[in-house]
Design a protein around this ligand. Structure first.
Ligand SMILES: Cc1cc2nc3c(=O)[nH]c(=O)nc-3n(C[C@H](O)[C@H](O)[C@H](O)COP(=O)(O)OP(=O)(O)OC[C@H]3O[C@@H](n4cnc5c(N)ncnc54)[C@H](O)[C@@H]3O)c2cc1C
Length: 536
């Protein structure tokens, strides 16, 4: 059926940010259509937190919910094509992510404001963060209660994770921190997750389930191929596949929330982007802007240590019995994120805020990497995997068009490790993890370093191996940068420069990445965008 309909607002992409934004706009009484390329998220594969591990290890399942992107060959990573997993389902990447809930450091937002993004300092965004959450400890000046996203601490930690937290605090000289989303980020902490009672709280679950708003229409399996721009104004969107092909006209605005790859891709297909590049693809230029520049991402190097106290095993029978227990009595590890512990610590190069995030999960991780040319190995013994993570990368890359055909994937070149400081910091992180694991508070429980392992005993050997192991944390941001100078795609009100009636609201607008996982900041951007649009 060819669709031709009109709404006040059209939001493209029902991901972490888009679901939040569409719901908030509709609550104001406006007629809103939210358009999502993927399908329903009402499947246990998405909603049962622990099943994420199965999703990642079974390609047939992954294909159902993932866009299936890979990076361009990365010259500083042995020309590897690194998976750029992105959710293609209601809830977007927030439906397939690790559920970790991290706001980032308050300084990140203050830095955005200092660069000219007025209204985005931490005190400005704090109400948006508080509005979206229902924090298990209740409301404080800094934390929110009663919001749509349930935020809980991980619980029933394995002894391996407990020992890791103690050893990390002792080695890195940090304190145990009860709430890294509160007063202070630095320290050794139990991870917080957007999950409760065995249910993943993506923005789709939290904001769209049973929304009861007649003026909010959610279209699924509907890919937008172009934003229609006429006489310098966005007038609607064209849906190019699925049963709802046709045009949706917007009387107020089109807001693109298609993510760090989808948003720049769609803008360029619509004639908003680097003019010369668009002309190469025969696309009429409506605004010459640096769309797709400034792409950046976090990287980590997984390190796996055999530890009986990690308890969990990566075997099929272990998963099957986990599933059975979860379905019969609930409250098992399957009900929660697979990650348990985290540290925000300072490397020797750090200024006065942590520059390393240390993720830990009591499972063995694929090694040497998920994109290894030969099939990667996953050891079946109980193990603790620790990931020293570069949270302020200096390397920058691009998103570009491969073709003017909306069905063609964009060319994603994150430029991993192009800046030598990035590798240096990862090596500092690796050394710190080894020191932690040699600490008397944990060393007795560690049987072996499985990966990278004894073949890479020191900084020099690790420096050579790093390009084979460093990988994405799946946190791409920055490709439709917010700002006030010529590097900006959107202004601090998220309006696309030079096009009326068009905004971008998702992880792509971050001028620089936040110091931590990016889902909570993306949902905050959805909340904040709604306030900006509605003038609240
Ligand atoms: C495997 C994985 C693990 C992660 N783990 C964590 C974690 O534990 N904690 C954390 O904080 N962050 C994590 N992240 C990152 C986090 O989930 C993302 O930063 C966040 O979800 C980005 O939100 P977004 O709204 O910008 O984009 P997305 O959530 O990706 O939403 C974009 C949406 O737009 C849709 N779309 C794109 N193009 C079109 C189009 N042309 N037409 C219609 N629809 C379109 C997509 O299908 C998608 O639903 C992880 C990400 C991945 C992939």
């Amino acid at each position: 059926m060819h669709m031709d309909r009109t709404a006040d607002y059209v939001v493209v992409g029902a991901g972490s940010a888009g679901c939040v934004l569409a719901k908030r706009l509709a609550e104001s009484g406006a007629d809103v259509v939210l358009v999502e390329a993927g399908g329903s998220d009402r499947t246990a594969l998405v909603r049962k937190p622990g099943l994420i591990a199965i999703f990642h290890n079974v390609p047939q399942l992954k294909k159902r919910l993932d866009w299936g992107f890979y990076s361009a060959p990365q010259p500083n990573a042995l020309d590897r094509k690194i998976p750029q997993t992105r959710g293609r389902v209601l809830g977007g990447s927030g439906s397939i992510n690790g559920l970790l809930f991290v706001r980032g450091h308050r300084r990140n937002y203050d830095d955005w404001a200092a660069e000219g993004c007025e209204g985005w300092g931490y005190d400005d965004v704090l109400p948006s963060f508080r509005r979206m959450e229902n924090w298990e400890d209740g409301a404080t000046d800094l934390r929110g209660a009663g919001g749509p996203i349930q935020v809980t601490r991980q619980r029933d930690l394995t002894p391996a994770s407990e020992a890791f937290l103690e050893a990390m605090a002792d080695t890195a000289g940090v304190k145990r921190n009860d709430d890294y989303n509160g007063e202070e980020q630095e320290g050794a902490s139990i991870f917080q997750q957007s999950a409760h009672d065995g249910l993943r709280y993506s923005s789709s679950v939290g904001y769209l389930d049973d929304h009861g708003l007649d003026n909010l229409t959610v279209l699924t399996k509907a890919t937008v191929g172009r934003v229609v721009v006429r006489d310098g104004r966005a007038t609607g969107v064209e849906i190019v596949d699925g049963k709802d092909r046709g045009t949706i006209h917007a009387t107020q605005e089109v807001i693109v929330a298609a993510g760090a790859f989808g948003s720049p891709h769609l803008l360029m297909l619509s004639g908003v982007g680097p003019a010369a590049h668009l002309r190469e693809h025969g696309i009429e230029v409506h605004a010459d802007l640096p769309v797709g520049d400034n792409l950046h991402d976090h990287m980590f190097v997984p390190m796996t240590f055999v530890m009986g106290t990690a308890r969990n095993r990566g075997t099929a029978p272990y998963f099957a019995s986990g599933l059975l227990k979860e379905w019969t009595r609930g409250g098992t590890w399957m009900a929660r994120s697979v990650f348990e512990a985290v540290g925000f610590v300072r490397s020797p190069q750090a200024g006065d805020i942590p520059d390393l995030q240390i993720h830990a999960l009591p499972w063995s991780y694929p090694f040497p990497n998920q994109d290894a040319p030969t099939r990667h190995k996953v050891d079946k013994r109980p193990a603790l995997t620790i990931m020293p993570t570069l949270i302020y990368p200096k390397s920058r890359g691009t998103v570009r068009l491969a073709s003017a055909d909306p069905a063609a994937a964009p060319v994603i070149d994150p430029g991993y490790l192009t800046e030598p400081d990035d590798a240096r910091l990862l090596l500092d992180g690796i050394e710190l993890v080894r020191e932690i694991m040699a600490n008397r508070l944990i060393a007795g429980d560690v049987t072996a370093e499985l990966s990278p392992g004894p073949e890479f005993p020191d900084r020099a050997t690790m420096a050579r191996e790093l390009p084979n192991r460093a990988t994405t944390v799946y946190h791409p941001v920055g490709s439709c940068r917010m700002g006030t100078d010529e590097r900006a795609v959107v202004d601090p009100a998220l309006r696309v420069r030079g096009v009326e009636g068009l905004r971008v609201a998702d992880a792509s607008i971050m001028p620089s990445i936040t110091g931590g996982n990016t889902a909570a900041p993306s949902m905050m951007i959805g909340e904040h965008a709604a306030s900006l649009i509605l003038g609240g």
